[in-house]
Design a binder for this molecule. Structure first.
Ligand code: SF4
Length: 217
């Protein structure tokens, strides 16, 4: 990835400015926001900064019921322009996650993401630097050469406290799993709660060397 020239006025403290800048740069219709609905912050920032912006949920067929609940709540509350992208028709629920997580993520996440980004110029994500060591240097924007798209990370500088404060200020619903010890939420077979003080990403692909789903790493 290479850095993209962003105005000095953009700051990791003001994510809505970053999304408005992206809309001016590329046009709102050329943007797509991918959201895991682990929390409500990214979709709220995006949908209020640029009303009608496309929000994509990758439905892997293994989303938690709690995550689906949050999707429904936020879609109603924020009048989201939500697009749910499914795996290809030949991909059906199976046990691939038990034997080959790379292959499972490839057909349920990576391929659907690629379809979601087709024809778009800017991809807005919820990646944050505090997510873990592999994300510690996340820039506000960079050009993803492999996907031929500008990747925009408006929440890159947000801490966990920033996220909480933002959600409280805007009275946003939380994913019910958060208060049950799930700081990072993906598919149910590959997500577990973490203990107090444990790294947030330890709850993903626990017992496996995998740390990224292939979307961002
Ligand atoms: S996170 Fe797990 S269940 Fe979800 S796509 Fe990846 S391997 Fe499959």
């Amino acid at each position: 990835m290479s850095l993209v020239s962003v105005p000095d006025t953009l700051s990791v403290d003001r994510p809505a400015d970053t999304i408005r800048w992206a809309a001016e740069q590329f046009g709102a219709h050329a943007l797509v926001v991918t959201a895991s609905f682990e929390d409500a912050v990214l979709v709220h920032v995006a949908a209020t900064a640029v009303p009608g912006i496309e929000i994509v949920l990758l439905d892997t067929q293994y989303l938690f019921a709690e995550t689906k609940w949050l999707v429904d709540e936020l879609t109603k509350k924020l009048d989201l322009n939500l697009r749910i992208v499914h795996p290809l028709p030949e991909v059906q629920p199976d046990n691939l996650w038990q034997s080959d997580v790379e292959a499972c993520c490839a057909i349920r996440k990576v391929e659907p993401l690629q379809r979601s980004l087709t024809g778009k110029a800017g991809w807005i994500t919820g990646v944050r630097r505090v997510d873990g060591p592999t994300r510690a240097n996340t820039p506000i924007a960079s050009f993803d050469i492999g996907r031929n798209i500008t990747k925009i990370n408006p929440l890159a500088g947000f801490s966990d406290d920033d996220m909480l404060l933002y959600a409280q200020l805007h009275d946003l619903p939380a994913n019910p799993l958060t208060e049950r010890g799930y700081p990072s939420i993906g598919c149910w077979p590959c997500t577990r709660p973490v203990a107090e003080g444990e790294d947030r990403r330890n709850g993903r692909w626990s017992g496996n060397a995998k740390t990224e789903c292939g979307l961002h790493g």
